[in-house]
Design a protein around this ligand. Structure first.
Ligand code: SF4
Length: 157
């Protein structure tokens, strides 16, 4: 979340709720005391700010760290690549972890599919942590994303 979006959320809390904005342990925001009649409009405006307001949003299937340029260890622009994949019509696994490097901060556990940023491109790890031995190495984000539609992935689904 960028500061502009956060300021926008605060403004929505004042307009639709009682001005309270709560942070939850699940990385979400709560605006409280909103009337049922105004929820749809609040969700629409929240979406315009870039927030996820719909449980079917494809971004919920992707977890990622800040990546580059925010993290000095990162070898990939993870958030940009996550946004590209979420906006595509490629099939997504139950969870896709996009890591800027093998430390895998955003999901330090096994994931069905993990893209791991490396100096020569993305490595792909299946059913493992970001530091596990990859199945494929050195792919561009487009090559890595095409893997999601590959027969290997179809078998996994
Ligand atoms: S996984 Fe690597 S690139 Fe991402 S935040 Fe952690 S150290 Fe930085």
């Amino acid at each position: 979340m960028e500061t502009g979006a956060f300021a926008g959320a605060a403004a929505l809390a004042e307009r639709f709720g009682d001005g309270t904005l709560r942070l939850t342990p699940w990385r979400s925001l709560m605006i409280v005391n909103v009337t049922l009649q105004e929820m749809a409009e609040l969700a629409r405006l929240g979406q315009e700010l870039g927030f996820i307001t719909d449980a079917s949003d494809r971004r919920l299937a992707i977890t990622t760290c800040p990546g580059s340029p925010a993290c000095t260890s990162a070898a990939a622009a993870t958030r940009t690549d996550a946004a590209f994949l979420a906006a595509s019509d490629l099939p997504l696994p139950a969870l896709l972890h996009i890591a800027g490097c093998a430390k895998g901060c955003a999901h330090p556990r096994a994931a069905p599919v993990t893209f791991v940023g490396q100096p020569d491109g993305y490595d792909i790890v299946l059913d493992g942590r970001a530091d596990a031995t990859p199945r494929l190495r050195g792919l561009t984000i487009r090559e890595a994303s095409q893997f999601l539609a590959s027969p290997t992935m179809q078998k996994k689904r």
